[in-house]
Ligand binder design. Structure first.
Ligand code: AMP
Ligand code: ZN
Length: 121
C-alpha cells in the first residue's frame, strides 16, 4: 500500500469519484469541495509539486491543463479557475502534484447537471 493518497487513488487502492482517466492522468471530485464544482486533475506518476517539475514533464503538465479544459466543457462550466498550490507555504497539503478545477458559482446549468455534495442542499 502506497503512502501517498493520490498515488493510492491512481492505483485504485483508495476509492475516488473519477470523472476521467487515461494512461497518464486522472481526474476526480475533490472530497472537500471549496466551490460548487471542484475537481482535481493529477498525473498518475508521483511528482511532488510544480516546484519539482523536470524537463521530461512538459507533456504531462500540458495534459493536466487540457484535461481540465475538456472537463469544463463536458460539465458546461462557462468560467472557472485553475489552481496549482505549490509547497506548504503556497497552501499545498497533498504532496502529489494536482490541478484544482473550480467553478459553478453563477451557473445555473452547472447546478442542474452536476451531482455534487455541496449542491445537494
Ligand atoms: P491542496 O491544498 O492543493 O494540497 O489540495 C488538496 C485537496 O485534496 C484538498 O482540496 C482536499 O479536499 C483534497 N483531497 C484530499 N484527500 C482527498 C481524497 N481522498 N479524495 C479527493 N480529494 C481529496
Ligand atoms: Zn503520489
Amino acid at each position: 500500500m502506497t503512502t501517498c493518497v493520490f498515488c493510492g487513488i491512481a492505483k485504485k487502492e483508495i476509492p475516488s469519484s473519477a470523472v476521467f482517466e487515461d494512461l497518464e492522468v486522472m481526474a476526480f471530485k475533490d472530497i472537500q469541495p471549496s466551490a460548487p464544482v471542484h475537481y482535481l486533475v493529477i498525473p498518475k506518476e508521483h511528482i511532488q509539486s510544480i516546484a519539482h517539475l523536470e524537463g521530461n514533464h512538459k507533456e504531462v503538465i500540458s495534459k493536466l491543463i487540457f484535461t481540465a479544459k475538456e472537463l469544463a466543457i463536458k460539465f458546461g462550466l462557462k468560467g472557472y479557475k485553475l489552481v496549482f498550490n505549490v509547497g506548504k507555504e503556497g497552501g499545498q497539503v497533498i504532496d502529489h502534484l494536482h490541478l484544482h478545477l473550480l467553478g459553478g458559482w453563477n451557473n445555473k446549468k452547472d447546478i442542474d447537471i452536476l451531482p455534487h455534495p455541496s449542491l445537494d442542499k
